[in-house]
Design a protein around this ligand. Structure first.
Ligand code: PRT
Ligand code: ZN
Length: 292
């Protein structure tokens, strides 16, 4: 079978952004809500829609060649101690969150050592155990598959170890974040199982398209007019641009146009500095795709 298979979350926080990334890679994906399998026309690629918890295992055992999954889920699976053969291919810059130990707002707990002898509720027993062992702490782990944040209120745990994004869930439950264990974002992972040349070529094509999409998302095309005399100063203000293009203006004895690709975010502060340096007609436009 020479088609590449990629595992995606069927529904949930990762699902939409994962599909959007593939669509930005020029792939048309039409699927009904309950469909688990989807064939892509433009590349020899099949999508398998499953629960995010199953993605690392499906990739590790080679049922899927690639997967898009949160680093938290990937790291938890890797920390299980069972045989695991998958690795990170690309960080995707979405679904940012962290795995953290949170404690009641009134608690004095600050460091991992303060957890000695306590009970911590979590859906991430392996990562929690790793952090406790690293800190030389003996504590009890209480495994829960959901609603971990209610454990301290029910007096079944002293602390929790769970995913935090905005912190709103913790605040609602009178908890505060005390110790960060892992910073997480969505990842592309790949199986260590060797694939044939044709499949390898498809994986590399897809990866290049993903990188091009991600790079374009971070980049902007900036155009402006500047005094020839202040060219150097203005070019030095352009964030992350390598070699801008300088173009003559039709009626410009003293002015030129500068065009540049900025590989970093262009903030209002930068535009204000450019304006002070005499730049005018400043335009910042999004870039759709990039390929080196
Ligand atoms: O059904 P399936 O098993 O596939 O999905 P799931 O319910 O296990 O996962 P899902 O869809 O909730 O999340 C998928 C992935 O998104 C996670 O594995 C993380 O990598 C990432 N992610 C990003 C998050 C969050 N943000 C997040 N806020 N995962 C979970 N949460 C939950 C968290 O568990 C807690 O209950 O949201 C709450 C905290 O959010 P804040 O904003 O209140 O701090
Ligand atoms: Zn899950």
């Amino acid at each position: 079978m020479n088609r590449v298979r990629i595992a995606l979350q069927k529904s949930g926080r990762l699902a939409e952004d994962s599909l959007a990334l593939l669509r930005n890679c020029g792939l048309h994906i039409n699927r009904s809500k309950d469909q688990l399998f989807c064939r892509v026309k433009e590349l020899p690629l099949d999508l398998l829609m499953i629960r995010d918890d199953d993605i690392p295992v499906f990739v590790s055992n080679g049922i899927c060649d690639l997967g898009i999954v949160g680093e938290n889920v990937f790291a938890e699976c890797k920390a299980s101690g069972e045989e695991f053969s998958a690795q990170i291919l690309e960080r995707l810059g979405f679904s940012f969150c962290r795995l953290a130990i949170a404690v009641p707002e009134t608690s004095a707990i600050k460091t991992i050592q303060d957890l000695e002898g306590l009970t911590i509720a979590t859906s991430y027993p392996n990562l929690l155990q790793m952090a406790l062992t690293e800190g030389g702490v003996r504590a009890q782990s209480l495994h829960m598959t959901g609603s971990v944040e209610v454990a301290p209120r029910l007096k079944i745990a002293d602390a929790i170890c769970d995913i935090v994004a905005s912190g709103a869930t913790l605040a609602t439950n009178n908890l505060r974040e005390a110790i960060t264990i892992l910073r997480s974002e969505a990842l592309v992972i790949r199986s260590d199982k060797k694939v044939c040349e044709e499949k390898e070529a498809v994986i590399q094509r897809l990866l290049n398209r993903m990188r091009g999409t991600l790079q374009a998302e971070d980049s902007k095309y900036i155009m402006l007019h500047a005094d020839k005399a202040r060219l150097e100063e203005i070019v030095s203000l352009l964030p992350g641009s390598e070699s801008p293009t300088i173009l003559p203006l039709q009626d410009g004895a003293t002015k030129v146009a500068i065009h540049a690709v900025c590989r970093e975010a262009v903030f209002w502060e930068t535009l204000e500095k450019l304006k002070i340096a005499g730049a005018s007609a400043i335009l910042v436009v999004p870039i759709e795709k990039m390929m080196a």
